[in-house]
Write a protein that binds this ligand. Sequence first.
Ligand code: AMP
Length: 115
Amino acid sequence: MPDNCVFCRIVAGELPAKIIYQDDQVVAFRDTNPQAPVHILVIPREHIAGPLDFTDGLAGLAGQLIVAAGHVARQEGIAGDGYRLVLNQGRQGGQSVFHVHLHVLGGRRMTWPPG
Ligand code: AMP
């Protein structure tokens, strides 16, 4: 685990988080600064800095984030109405935590273009 990775520390149980789903590959927990009534982050247990670091060998794990987001959406009751998935890469993409995370946003109508 890289030093000071907040999300690695959540995976390790060293920092508190409202975990709502987990399996052997991913962990999903509530965002502490929610941008929608439902705002959950799905992360791999393995430290991967961002979407750009998903190499061919990690394609299955990348897909598992989306599969887990579906589990989360059904569990949270937003699957029927719909939801938005967001992956931010790098500073210009709006990434602030450098352990890849898939945002699951729902419970309100999303607008386009994104800010
Ligand atoms: P991003 O800007 O795409 O890197 O998103 C990082 C997200 O992580 C933001 O929405 C933050 O509110 C959220 N966040 C940061 N630290 C924590 C934490 N300890 N627990 C839950 N969410 C966090």
